[in-house]
Structures are given as structure tokens and as C-alpha cells.
Design a protein around this ligand. Sequence first.
Ligand SMILES: [Zn+2]
Length: 432
Amino acid sequence: MTVSTSALESLRVLLVEWTAKNVKATSLADIEVAAVAVQRTCGQVVAETALLRAGKEETYLGSSVKCTCGGKAWFVDYRGRRVATVVGVVRVERAYYRCKACATGQLPWDREQGLDEQLWSPKVKALVAEVCAHLAYGTAVKLLERISGVRLEESSAEGIVLAVGTRLRQDEDQKTSHYESVPERATPPAERSGRLYVGLDAAKAHIDGGWHDVKVATLYEAKPDSVGRDHPSEVQYCAAQEGSDGFGRRLYAQARERGLDHYSECVVIGDGAEFIWNQASQHFPGATQVVDFWHASEHIWSLSRTLYGEGSAQGKRWAQERVRSLKEDGPKPLIRAIKRRKPANMREREELRLQLGYFTKNRARMNYPAYRARGMMIGSGPVEAGCKTVVCHRLKQSGMRWSGPGSNAVLAVRTAVLSQQFARIEQFARAA
Ligand SMILES: [Zn+2]
């Protein structure tokens, strides 16, 4: 229920007259300051007036309501409270009920609106969570106040993120258990289409006094462009500080929710890390496994630095040619070249041995010419690059130290924001 166009038009007429009388500013900057003051006052007045009226009409639910204890709670009177909304702090009066059996007070309206004892409305909490998903708490609260007039302490913002993030996480956990108990559908091949990509990675963050692995994943489907090459769409992020098995199950549930059983192919992209392929085999057994091309290229560059020295022009040419060949011919020529290479010292010998192991172990996941011929993405795109930034940009700013619950809450909110799940954030910004 919003405001009608004609009602807004009559407000406009009133404001024109009011402005002519009351706004004396002439410079652009002064006019902007005046306009913002009016905007905030108007918003606050509208919210408070409408809420006070609703308080009388909407919050009274009869002389008694059902109490959670099973008994009856009787209407006592109207009680006032303040709510911090997106347009400022407002007062509201709502019906108060009391149950004699269990001696507890009931405020049905608060519960219905998703309010708890805290001052903030769910919309404010969602806004705070969204901004804090991008920025450090201290920066976030300052920016919020400057842009929206919403004022709160850094510790309050942290508390909101912890609450919203924890609820988002609980929702994920419920889905994880749910999809484990519901088997995948045997969708006939004719009804399947498109590819679902699952990108897996890990990053380190300082949590509970030490550096811990944070697992990160991206889920996206790919729509082919005019020449049949996949392009990512609806990228969804998932991140948690937890063990491989827990994360594998979490990711599987999210893939199921996106309709895993309706895609004709699932592609798991990762760096060479063992945990990725273990989880891929367990939860996505039919998936095509691909080593992210950017990661593979990094290994070539690392080898080139050892063999030719940092910044060497010859080394640069060698690496560029090897990267090109890996993409166009696959890993065989590269593996041959590494085997043929005579090490000049122990350091070279060790690096050659390591890289030979890496490329040999992952050779079946580096059939880049075949993947490209099928229009598949081979990584190194914005999605794989973005994988780590999910963690690093928020959790790894200088000096940042996290608690386990604190980091997981912020990761839950951040991944929801980056996945554009704004309705979901607002849903879980409501008090349970
Ligand atoms: Zn009761």
C-alpha cells in the first residue's frame, strides 16, 4: 500500500507554496542542505503520523490473544516505544497484552513487524547489514549517517550484522540438511539445458587468533553468446570458515536450490587444491572438472621466474608462449618441456619437480582446447577473480582480527549482498 499519484501531487502543490515562503537559500549547496532537512523532516512526520494512527487501529487484536504458553493474554493498555526507521526515529503506541498464567507481556504488533527490544526497524537493519557487508564497521556507520541520516554506534552495527548473518547462516544450514534428505530428481536429458558452473577457492583470514582457511565458492549459470561461448549470469556467492566437508555440503545444497538436476552439465572450476576435487567428486560426481586457467598460468609464470629470473625478457617470452600453448594445445607439450628441462641448481630442480607434479596430477582437468571448443569458460574471468575478493576485501583489511561467529556472520551477509539477495536480507533482518 503506497501513496497515490494524486496525493503526491497535492503534497507537491503544498510544498511549492511552503518553499517560496520558507527557503531563502540561493546557492546550490545551501539549497541542497535545506532540501535534505525538509526531506528528512517530511519522512519522519509521515512515518510517525501513520504509525501513531496504525497503533490505535491495527495493533489491537481483541480483548485477548493466544499466549505462547498455551494460555490467554489479556489486553492491558497501549504502550509507547521508539523505532529507528530509515526516515528517523519515530514514536508508536501499540497494544500490550499480558498472560496471567506465565506472567509475560505480549506485544503482538512488534512481533508482526519483525521488531525486537532493539531500536531499529528491519529495513534499517537490512541497510546497515548491506553497507557493512562492503565496508569496515567504523567507515560504514560514518557513511550511513552522512548519506541517509541513520545514526548508530559501530558496536551496534556489528551487533546487527551478527544477528542478520547468523539468521542467514541458519537458513543455509536448514537448506543443507533438507537437500541431503531429498534425493535429486532423475530429470530426463531432453528436459535439461545449460551449464551450471561451480567455482571453488580458499583464502586465509585472521580469525580467533590465527590464520584460518575461508572457503569461497561461486555458482553461476552460463548463457552462450552469439558465437556459442558461455557468459556468466546470476552469479551467486557462498563463503564460510569451516572444514571442506561442511563447505561441500553447503555448496551442494545451494546448487540444488538453483536446480542442479535441470542443467545438462555441471562444471567445477578450481585451482589445483586437493579439497576441491574431493568435494567435487563427492557432491558433483558427473561434473566436468577444470583447473582455473588463470591459476594454471600462474604456475607457468612462477616456474619462469625460477628458471630465468625475475623480470627477465627471455623468461617473459617463454612463459607467454607456454601459456598460449597450454590454452591451445593442452598440457601435454608443457609437461614434455618441463621433463626435458635440465635443472642448473637445486632450486630449479625443486621447482621443476613441484610444477611437474602439479601439471601431471591435474592434466585431465586442463584439456583447455576441448573445453573452449565446446564454448565452456575455463576461468580467469571476473568470476574466478572475484572469488577471493569475497573474502579479502572485507575480512583482510590491514589489522583486521575476527571472531569465528563474527567472520561467519559478515561472510553470510556479504555473500548475500554480492548475490543480490536483498529481499532475503530484509527477511532475515526481522527479529525471529
Ligand atoms: Zn502465557
